[in-house]
Design a protein around this ligand. Structure first.
Ligand code: INI
Length: 180
């Protein structure tokens, strides 16, 4: 038997989609910069005109899962990275957006077999969000690392377990899981 784990040396041939929420773009543009910096330092051509990364802007985090799922379904990408910032306000809106974006991103990944990275910063204040988007550290970098690692890992897992992923496999799932 064997041990499988993702590596960071195969990124030159991988393709990524990055879905970014415009809401709180003070934060999401910084997350994107951190994400691009990490990908670039691992040999990925991050130029939007290049052959490795596509960028998709959506109004807010609530819209991210729909687009991420569609991109993942295309099987064009080795991983999809979702970047958003949900900051608590005076109303329960925060809770609704957080619930849907977290469930939706998990479902997009699970339903398609493509790694979909949960790069959504959820904080009580703008200050906390800024600290996570560059003032102290930049979580965009970490999200890119997860994408690189998972893209490499899934490539290996699919090689030993072919046919167990993607939309064609959904018919084989119990209805409750297929609808998740
Ligand atoms: N979208 C965010 O990405 N972050 C937020 O903090 C946020 N808040 O708090 O309202 C937010 N709302 C917009 C939402 O994502 C949708 O774009 C909107 O509801 C239209 O569907």
């Amino acid at each position: 038997m064997a041990v499988f784990e993702g590596s960071f040396d195969r990124s030159g041939s991988q393709r990524f989609a990055i879905v970014i929420g415009r809401f709180n773009d003070l934060i999401t543009t910084k997350l994107l910069a951190g994400c691009q910096d990490c990908l670039k330092r691992h040999g990925v051509d991050v130029d939007p005109q290049g052959r490795q990364v596509d960028y998709v802007w959506v109004p807010g985090s609530f819209e991210i899962p729909t687009v991420a799922r569609q991109l993942a379904l295309s099987q064009r990408y080795d991983a999809v990275i979702c970047l958003g910032a949900v900051i608590r306000g005076q109303t329960p809106h925060f809770d609704y957006v957080c619930a849907e974006v977290s469930k939706g991103i998990a479902a997009a990944s699970f339903q398609t077999g493509v790694p979909v990275v949960f790069g959504i910063v959820t904080t009580d204040t703008m200050q906390q969000a800024l600290e996570r988007a560059g003032i102290k550290s930049n979580l965009g970098w970490n999200y890119a690392m997860s994408a690189l690692e998972m893209a490499s890992l899934m490539e290996q897992v699919k090689a030993i377990a072919p046919g167990a992923d993607g939309p064609l496999a959904l018919g084989a799932l119990p209805p409750t899981l297929a609808e998740a």
